[in-house]
Design a protein around this ligand. Structure first.
Ligand SMILES: [Fe+2]
Length: 370
């Protein structure tokens, strides 16, 4: 993150000892009481009459530097200051649970339907009634009880070494279990919620038995035991450690746009293939958010979510973080558009494949997917 401003200050300093906690701005305040004082001070300073004054306390598990601009655009539109705490989704969920009624969190934003389902399952969210959200967001990408809402889309697809693999060698996720791929497939570990949701979507499409068979077949074709994130898989493909990777599209977009010569060179070796075009389409996941059950600034939290599905914010998701917009009518980033073209996306219900995450993880464990 860059450009620390009053519009997005990190509130927390208890977590400094936690190496998982990514604190990117000056540690500011630790308690809900102290935070209330900040809100009161802000109210006094920003009462200009043209915008709602106040504050919203955001717990975010998104790990993208570009999000600052999203928060700043919200503040400049509404006058509402965004206070930010960043950590991994499971840490934020645990923290909100342990903070209980005193939690300063007004809303949680995280990647992956699996994490959103976990937040709802933990009982930390509340239903929200917003026509802006329900009209903008397709029904399959928001919680049926309106406790969380998809805000952007990402595709988890096949990336291949252009020197070793032809697009005509590829077809579906299911076909990756073919023995011709033995020793050639790279994918990160089963701990990755991205993989749990992918298998969750395969459970939706093919049922439990076939999904578990798929996991076994895929593991049998691994080039190495899983290690590293999606970028590491793409780099390993370029380095010849395997021929194809399963990865989210924004990772390759980031490499294609990189100003570093080595990353640019890696990206040029990689082709992007959207599987299952003849049936359900490529697996789509979401980033999303929900209002915390004990939110003190509920109205501001709803406004924040509504802002994130505005055209202005959706263009930022698309152009700055290479995600797919969740609303209609926003153009893709040109680099993303160049490899996506007219790809068909799976319209599986995110609530269902999110809910399938625990079952998917058990299957992967049984299949020996490390
Ligand atoms: Fe990611």
């Amino acid at each position: 993150m860059s450009g620390a401003t009053a519009s997005a200050a990190v509130l927390d300093n208890r977590s400094k000892t936690d190496t998982q906690m990514k604190i990117t701005r000056r540690a500011f305040l630790a308690s809900g009481t102290a935070m209330a004082a900040v809100a009161a001070g802000q109210l006094g300073k920003t009462n200009r009459g043209f915008a709602q004054t106040g504050v919203v306390n955001l717990y975010s598990a998104r790990h993208y530097d570009t999000d600052t601009a999203l928060y700043e655009s919200f503040t400049s539109k509404t006058g509402i200051k965004v206070n930010l705490v960043e950590a991994k989704a499971e840490e934020l969920i645990e923290r909100i649970k342990s903070e209980g009624a005193n939690s300063p969190a007004d809303l949680i934003v995280t990647v992956d339907a699996g994490n959103l389902w976990r937040a709802k399952d933990a009982g930390i969210l509340q239903p929200v009634s917003s026509q802006v959200l329900t009209r903008a967001i397709p029904a399959n990408l928001r919680d049926p009880d309106n406790q969380w809402f998809g805000l952007s889309k990402r595709a988890r697809v096949i990336m291949y070494n252009k020197d070793k693999v032809k697009p005509s060698d590829l077809s579906t996720y299911e076909a990756l279990t073919d023995s011709k791929w033995k020793g050639r497939i790279l994918v990160r570990s089963s701990n990755s919620v991205y993989n749990q949701s992918l298998l969750g979507s395969i459970i939706v499409a093919n049922g439990d038995e076939k999904a578990e068979e798929w996991a076994r077949g895929l593991v049998a074709n691994f080039a190495r035991p899983p290690e590293g994130n999606d970028t590491a898989q793409i780099k390993a493909v370029a380095a010849g450690q395997g021929d194809i990777a399963i990865a989210n599209t924004y990772y390759i977009a980031r490499l294609l746009k990189s100003s570093k010569a080595d990353e640019k060179a890696i990206s040029q070796k990689i082709g992007v293939f959207f599987p299952n075009q003849s049936n359900r389409g490529a697996h789509i996941n979401i980033c999303g958010g929900g209002v915390v059950k004990t939110a003190k600034n509920k109205d501001a939290a709803i406004k924040f979510l509504e802002h994130l599905v505005s055209r202005e914010a959706q263009e930022m998701f698309a152009s700055r973080n290479n995600e797919y917009p969740i609303i209609n009518g926003v153009t893709f980033d040109p680099v993303v558009a160049s490899f996506t073209q007219q790809a068909k996306f799976d319209n599986a219900n995110a609530e269902v494949f999110g809910r399938n995450n625990p079952a998917a993880l058990k299957m992967m464990n049984r299949a020996g997917w490390k």
